[in-house]
Design a protein around this ligand. Structure first.
Ligand code: NAI
Ligand code: MG
Length: 360
């Protein structure tokens, strides 16, 4: 039976970048990779078509799929929807929660060809290869109670930052196992000097560390981690942190690699089922112009083949194809600089496709 991949293009640049990634998947399928592709609506597209950012049909398809490729959701068009539970971003949060995609893997790798696109000096970033492991279904983005209400005559907004021991343990074990396969260094990021929830986080990380004696565990406060990421990023190998800190630190790390348009991600559940998406959003400022960088989405497909389908050779072909087009000097606007050739979204996608097919 074919492995079933659900494609959810979403909003803004989502459909543009997803189309380029689908070209690669179709070529892989034609070249012998056993996959079947179906498409669904999520986010603003889901709201427009079915009145909900996560229509029941999409949720059913997502549960039935072996893996999901998502573009991005959201945009100003839907920011005025009064019922917050119907905003596009809630479609994405709903998918993560319903499928229990608790482990978000965000690699920040600087391609040598893009050293000049990084905002940091080459000697600080060259060879950078960090894996940020972000907890994705708990923490302050999901904690109850939450809301905006009137207290003593003025409005107050509040959220709850909560993690259970079991939630911390499962993301911790994912990070330790990844560290074992890499350089055996794990840095856990928290704010244990101020927040009780992260005091517990640190305690649990220390406890499970005993099961991974070959991994060196260190701890860092999130404010220092933000600083160290731009001061000396290569000190890190695997980093593990909660939902909000991971959201912020991975965006920061993305800039070291030249552009957020280069960063793929995997969101996995306990069975290895996953949703794969670029780290960036729907980029409404450039949507419809054909200039978005599709590489983060294409590299997300490579992660899918590696992590959910165990098809390492296919994943490597995609990554190699990306390297080839960067070697050729092709650049979308976000990574272009003097001496490179500026190309559109589809020109970039076609070039990767050609370099991919050349390996089949
Ligand atoms: P964003 O990531 O969409 O854009 C930030 C900046 O990066 C913009 O200047 C954009 O043009 C640029 N950018 C992003 N992706 C790019 C690409 N592939 N190629 C070239 N440039 C790229 O974040 P922003 O502006 O904060 O949010 C825009 C919308 O996206 C909002 O509605 C937000 O809620 C949503 N969002 C959705 C996410 C998702 O679907 N996973 C994640 C983050 C934001
Ligand atoms: Mg973010």
């Amino acid at each position: 039976m074919s492995r079933n991949i659900l494609i959810l293009p979403g909003d803004g640049i989502g459909p543009e970048i997803t189309a380029e990634a689908v070209k690669i998947l179709e070529a892989a399928r034609d070249g012998g990779l056993d996959v079947a592709l179906t498409e669904g609506k999520v986010g603003g597209a889901g709201y427009d078509a079915a009145g909900h950012p996560l229509p029941p049909a999409t949720l059913d398809a997502a549960k039935a799929a072996d893996a999901i490729l998502l573009g991005a959701v959201g945009g100003p068009k839907w920011d005025k929807i009064e019922d917050i539970s119907l905003r596009p971003e809630r479609g994405l949060l709903g998918l993560r929660k319903e499928l229990e995609l608790f482990a978000n893997l965000r690699p920040a790798i600087l391609y040598p060809q893009l050293a000049e696109a990084s905002s940091l000096k080459p000697e600080v970033v060259s060879g950078l290869d960090i894996m940020i492991v972000r907890e994705l279904t708990g923490g302050i983005y999901f904690g109850q109670p939450r809301g905006i209400e009137t207290r003593d005559g003025q409005r107050v907004g509040y959220n709850t930052y909560v993690y259970s021991e079991s939630e911390i343990e499962r993301i911790g074990r994912t990070a330790f196992e990844l560290a074992q396969k890499r350089n055996k260094k794990l840095c856990s990021v928290d704010k244990a000097n101020v927040l009780e929830v992260t005091m517990l986080w640190r305690e649990v990380m220390e406890r499970i560390a005993a099961d991974y004696p070959d991994v060196e565990l260190t701890h860092m406060y999130v404010d220092n981690a933000a600083m160290q990421l731009v001061r000396a990023p290569k000190q890190f190998d695997v980093m593990v942190t909660g939902n909000m800190f991971g959201d912020i630190l991975s965006d920061e790390a993305s800039m070291l690699t030249g552009s957020i348009g280069m960063l793929p991600s995997a969101s996995l559940n306990a069975d290895g089922k996953g949703m794969y998406e670029p780290c960036h959003g729907s980029a409404p400022d450039i949507a419809g112009q054909g200039i978005a960088n599709p590489l983060a989405t294409i590299l997300s497909v490579a992660m899918m083949l590696r992590y959910t389908f165990n098809e390492t050779a296919w994943a490597e072909r995609i990554e190699k194809a990306v390297g080839v087009v960067l070697d050729e000097g092709l650049r979308t606007a976000d990574i272009a600089y003097a001496g490179t050739r500026k190309v559109s979204t589809s020109e970039m996608g076609d070039a990767v496709l050609a370099a991919f097919k050349a390996q089949l």
